[in-house]
Design a protein around this ligand. Sequence first.
Ligand code: PRP
Ligand code: URA
Length: 215
Amino acid sequence: MKNVAVIEHPLVAHYLTILRDRQTPSSEFKQSIDRLSYLLAAIFYAELKSEKVSVITPLKPAAGEKVKQSVVLLPILRAGLGLTRGFIDLFPEAKISHMGLYRDEESLKPIKYYFKFPALKDKKTAKVIVLDPMIATGGSVIFTLEYLMNMGFRDINVVSLLCAPEGLKAIDNRFDAKEKKYFRMLTCSIDEKLNDRGYIVPGLGDAGDRIFGTI
Ligand code: PRP
Ligand code: URA
């Protein structure tokens, strides 16, 4: 799929390796995913649109810039919460919405249990950042993209840690060329495959369970 970018950055690779390691304790797992969220936010926010402003320093007037784009963060619960801190801390003006989904263990289809989104006037230009560390079958992201496109959003960005090729293929097959202009995906790795239980291989296990200690 054309609109997928894989981030190459030594610190991203460093922290991703800590997350993959089965021996990483929960405390270090949380700390590493938090640090990754700051790195991803800094990389992603480099493209925000800003406008020229002027300020007066203690010495004289100076030219500056101010971000002018509306940003809405949309973590997919639960694991998406693990990627939010950096995005919020680096740009606290972002609005925070939530999509509550879990995968049915048999069918692997996403089941929606919660959705909360701010009222926005500038839907066509607002930047929506969907946060979900794991894209496995692609079902959760497809559901979320359909939802956001139906609401009228046209600048949707899916930020993840790991993708399975099967999930990317499912997303590619689901949307036509016009719809694909409305979203793009930023990830840290495209892994080998999905196993028969819908887990990413080699992956990092169950992201939600490892973040929240519910293993
Ligand atoms: C995980 C993960 C993604 C989803 C990906 O959620 O956080 O949202 O699976 O799988 P998919 O691409 O096949 O849809 P999970 O159902 O484990 O819920 P949790 O985050 O609450 O643990
Ligand atoms: N969700 C996870 O947390 N891990 C996977 O490997 C697949 C889905």
